[in-house]
Design a protein around this ligand. Structure first.
Ligand SMILES: O=C[C@H](O)[C@H](O)COP(=O)(O)O
Ligand SMILES: C=C(OP(=O)(O)O)C(=O)O
Length: 353
């Protein structure tokens, strides 16, 4: 005979026996690695610069550009030095924003990013990963660059959020209520990717949800659970990234997305992600996507206000084998190399002049 439920609750563990390592609270990490006032003011200004482009008050393009993921902070800073110098040359027509992706959503399993596993050995060390991520974002911001990331685990946002000028909600989480609530709490602009299936409507719905104030479960900066009332974020947009191996950046896709956004009463200004399904997962095709979008923009489509490019110091990708890694090469999606990136950004600026 089965035992009574009350007895079972006392004897049956509700989860498997697993290890749990305490982590610093967001407040503790912020005290350890504070954002100084000057940098805070710079980031506030850079957030506004992105938002002015999204509102049509500035006719430049913002370009979220950088490695698919950061696995080596030294290479990321090397990249940032180059991007900061290039940024000065193209800033009349472009606003480069560096991708500093420290969390990676995986299709099944794989390395989940610097914030989780900074030693790249599968053992995980989030105390060090979060500190390294925060420090790196500050280092990149100190080079004058706006910082972008994908926020994947909503409870990690308070550790990093004050350094960010633009945030992505990825294709695998745009439909998630928790991520829409998170977006509604952020001061930075948020791009919602269309779903991996190619469905754009979920990103339009996400914009609508994020614009509202929500009551949500969150952890405060001291790590205590709170019911939080979010402000609602009016600075959101759709990111077209293609789906199921099929692109969605061409003029007819853009027209459809703009009409859908207008019908929903949302801002029709868009970002095109030149990578992922838009490049059919072939990094070399990012150039062709970018040139097509620039041609659409030159032909008068002012709704195309932003681009995303996956780019590292060197082209391609490599398997994650600690001790045998090539410097400046992606360990997640393949990227274009620095030379191509420089050429593409200069070409974009030139065409938009
Ligand atoms: O941008 C990165 C990847 O496309 C995404 O994280 C999924 O990666 P995976 O399919 O290699 O897991
Ligand atoms: C994971 C990413 O993209 P997506 O969500 O479009 O797959 C990314 O840009 O790193």
């Amino acid at each position: 005979m089965n035992a009574p439920v009350s007895a079972m609750l006392n004897t049956i563990s509700t989860s498997h026996e697993t290890a749990a390592t305490p982590l610093p609270t967001p407040a503790e990490l912020r005290r350890q690695l504070p954002l100084d006032e000057a940098l805070g003011a710079q980031i506030a200004e850079q957030r506004h610069a992105v938002q002015r482009i999204l509102n049509g008050q500035d006719d430049r393009l913002f370009v979220v550009v950088g490695p698919c993921s950061v696995h080596d902070p030294e290479a990321a800073l090397d990249y940032a030095d180059r991007l900061a110098a290039l940024s000065e040359e193209v800033s009349d027509r472009l606003l480069p924003v560096m991708r500093v992706y420290v969390e990676k959503p995986r299709t099944t399993v794989g390395w989940k990013g610097l914030a989780y596993d900074p030693h790249l050995d599968g053992h995980g060390d989030m105390a060090q990963g979060l500190a390294l991520s925060r420090e790196l974002m500050h280092g990149i911001a100190r080079r004058g660059l706006p910082v972008a990331t994908e926020l994947l685990q909503p409870m990690l946002a308070p550790y990093l959020e004050d350094a960010l000028s633009w945030v992505a909600i990825g294709a695998r989480t745009t439909e998630s209520q928790l991520h829409r609530e998170l977006a509604s709490d952020l001061a930075a602009a948020v791009g919602f990717k269309n779903a991996t299936s190619g469905d754009v409507q979920v990103a339009v719905d996400a914009m609508q949800a994020a614009a509202h104030s929500h009551q949500r479960f969150a952890l405060d900066s001291e790590g205590r659970p709170v019911m939080q009332q979010t402000a609602g974020n009016p600075h959101t947009h759709v990111v077209l990234r293609g789906g199921h191996g099929e692109p969605n950046y061409q003029a007819h896709h853009v027209r459809t997305a703009v009409n859908t956004l207008r019908e929903a009463g949302q801002n029709p200004r868009l970002m095109v992600d030149c990578s992922h399904a838009n490049a059919r997962k072939d990094h070399r095709r990012q150039s062709e996507v970018m040139l097509d979008v620039l041609a659409q923009r030159q032909a008068g489509d002012a709704n195309l206000v932003a681009l995303m490019l996956e780019s590292h110091l060197f082209e391609g990708k490599q398997p994650l084998k600690p001790g045998a890694l090539r410097y400046g090469v992606s360990v997640t999606d393949a990227c274009v190399g620095w030379d191509t990136t420089e050429h593409l950004l200069k070409t974009a600026a030139e065409r938009l002049r």
